[in-house]
Design a binder for this molecule. Structure first.
Ligand code: M6R
Length: 606
């Protein structure tokens, strides 16, 4: 992953690129750099650490120039040092790159044998050297690009700035996203339209295998084989305004509090608020959908695991949920008339994109459930349903998750209705339960002081277990993921009934166990699992409703009582306390909840 920007303008390039890099920081933030042409020659500034570190370097040593390239990095090859920060320069060529050049080791060997010296441990530097050598051998820049592209393997995007070429950027894309922005006498290249939003809304999305010659007066696009191709210009709807944190300490805190709205808006994407009726998005509207295959990663995968319960029980449709990164590594057997749903907040996760393409190749129609409208996954799917969570900046997904759950639940109810699997009265009751969720979520968020002592206890733990059964099992998994990614505390989510098959050995008085247990059909059994934890001295944090608290509260060290809701929609509400606990534990520990170490918001490498 990494964020890329390139500008050809008549204004100072460095501040424009710095602003774009801040918009791209969700793609990686372990080092950053920019290069410009100053009097035709390459000059660059780089810094290890977040964009703020680069900003400080630029304040101390400003960079002139009106043409340039910039980069924010998420390290794959080589640690996040200044020497490994992009742009990488070889002779006359500077390169910023996202993704992985898979055959970089073989190329490097050849280059070293030819006498080339490398300055970094990155895979990127081979691209700079290959292009520089091709140009030094007398090729024009576009000829050099045409010669080098076939030598590169992997999933990547890169932009090139060349000494002496004030009006030229070369850009290439294979699987990783890259778009060109068209201005009035200006041109831009960026990882996404958001990066370029303050500069232009006129966007050309490069397609897989494309490379482009970008000039202020026009752009030529070529396919992998060098044949020229026309790609349509679109007008992006993405706003150039930078979204702030408001009065919140972190984006994550704000986004947790955005959830009542995110749930309400997403609900309206499936259920018409005026008529109360649903329209199924294509291709889920086909009359004989034989199976649903959900493809996703991370938190989106846990939304998919929850959806499986809903599709099976509410709509009677077989459903499997696949880890996108594993899906292509099996010989999955998918039926005729199957629909795959690619779920992704960013719409850019490369694993999910690759899984989408694989599902298509296996004859499935694909619905994208994404939060970013113009994302690659949205563009490549047969149909799109947008979660309406609004931009999510915190690396830990919160409101996008509950929006995904809301969309899935509403879809399953709609499918259950059209397939005659749900009686009309149950359809109405479930839609009412969904419609009431924003208010219930508001109640949970309003009363968040009670989470502080529990978060303090969690922040001191070395290991934490999360348990849940049935619909609450994916919430246990999500709770553990939230805690570990932003507090670095080891946490595991387990199906409550699975604990006795091994994980119970971990329990002692030092291991807090968070039990997700609304009073649903699984409650009695979860209660037994809680007793097993107590019998071994484990400390229990029980998340339940008034009825559950009355039945079990005395057996727990902490009880968080949530509003009573229809058990079917409970995962959407129970996601909130696990997010709040993780967030407050991170605040207690002093870790960076918005940009935790080693992570990036959008993961565009496999
Ligand atoms: O953008 P996506 O939904 O495709 O992202 C998938 C995962 O990378 C993401 O959910 C990740 O696990 C989050 N950091 C979890 O909070």
């Amino acid at each position: 992953m990494c964020g890329i920007i390139g500008v050809l303008t008549d204004r100072p390039a460095a501040p424009l690129m710095l602003d774009a890099l801040k918009r791209l920081e969700y793609r990686g933030y372990d080092s950053a750099g920019i290069a410009t042409l100053v009097n035709g020659g390459l000059d660059r500034r780089r810094a290890a650490g977040k964009i703020a570190a680069l900003e400080a370097v630029l304040d101390a040593h400003p960079l002139a120039g009106v043409s340039g390239i910039g980069h924010t990095r998420w390290a794959t090859h080589g640690p996040p040092t200044e020497a490994n920060a992009h742009p990488h320069v070889a002779g006359r060529v500077a390169v910023v790159h996202n993704g992985i050049i898979e055959n970089h080791a073989a190329l490097k060997e050849v280059l070293i044998a030819e006498g080339v010296r490398f300055d970094s441990a990155t895979d990127t530097e081979v691209v700079a050297h290959l292009l520089d050598r091709a140009i030094a051998a007398g090729r024009r820049p576009e000829e050099a690009m045409a010669a080098v592209m076939p030598r590169l393997r992997g999933a990547f995007a890169f932009v090139v700035l060349i000494e002496g070429e004030e009006d030229l950027l070369l850009a290439a894309r294979r699987a990783s996203p890259l778009a060109i922005g068209l201005g009035e006498g200006e041109a831009f290249v960026g990882s996404d339209a958001t990066a370029m939003a303050p500069l232009t809304r006129r966007i050309i999305y490069l397609e897989d295998g494309d490379w482009a010659v970008v000039r202020r007066t026009g752009t030529s696009v070529f396919q992998e084989d060098g044949a020229p191709v026309k790609r349509p210009e679109r007008v992006s709807s993405i706003s150039g305004a930078l979204i702030g944190k408001g009065n919140y300490r972190h984006f994550m805190e704000k986004e947790i509090h955005d959830q009542p709205e995110a749930i309400a808006h997403t609900l309206h994407a499936v259920i018409d608020p005026g008529t109360g009726t649903s329209t199924l998005p294509s291709p889920l509207d086909a009359p004989n959908v034989s199976k649903i295959t959900v493809l996703a990663a991370g938190t989106s995968y846990y939304a998919g695991l929850t959806a499986r319960y809903w599709f099976e029980s509410l709509a009677g449709v077989p459903c499997e949920v696949e880890l996108a990164s594993e899906f292509r590594d099996r010989d999955a057997v998918l039926p005729k008339d199957g629909v795959a749903i690619a779920v992704s907040q960013s719409g850019e996760s490369l694993d999910t994109l690759m899984a989408l393409r694989h599902a298509k190749a296996l004859g499935q129609k694909v619905l994208a459930l994404v939060n970013v409208p113009e994302s690659t996954i949205a563009r490549e799917a047969d149909g799109v349903l947008l979660t309406r969570a609004g931009p999510e900046f915190g690396v830990a997904s919160t409101k996008a998750f509950t929006a995904q759950l809301t969309a899935f639940c509403a879809l399953a109810v709609a499918l259950g209705e059209v397939r005659g699997h749900l009686p009309a009265a149950r359809v109405t009751a479930l839609r009412e339960a969904l419609a009431a969720l924003p208010a219930r979520a508001g109640e949970v968020l309003h009363d968040d002081d009670r989470f502080h002592p529990i978060a303090q206890e969690l922040s001191r733990a070395r290991d934490v277990l999360y348990l849940g059964r049935g619909l609450s099992y994916p919430i246990a998994l999500e709770g553990a993921l939230k805690l570990k990614e932003i507090t670095y505390i080891h946490a595991e989510g387990y199906a409550a009934g699975e604990m006795k098959h091994g994980p119970i050995a971990l329990i002692d008085e030092h291991v807090p166990v968070v039990i997700v247990a609304p009073s649903d059909g699984w409650f009695e059994k979860t209660a037994s699992n809680m007793a097993e934890v107590r019998a071994r001295g484990g400390r229990v944090i029980l998340l339940t409703d008034p009825d559950g608290a009355a039945r079990l509260g005395e057996g727990a060290d902490h009880v968080v009582v949530l509003p009573a809701v229809d058990p079917v929609v409970s995962p959407i509400l129970y996601a909130l306390p696990v997010q709040i606990l993780a967030y407050l534990a991170a605040v207690e520990k002093g870790t960076d909840a918005d940009q935790p170490r080693n992570l990036a918001k959008s993961v565009t490498v496999e």
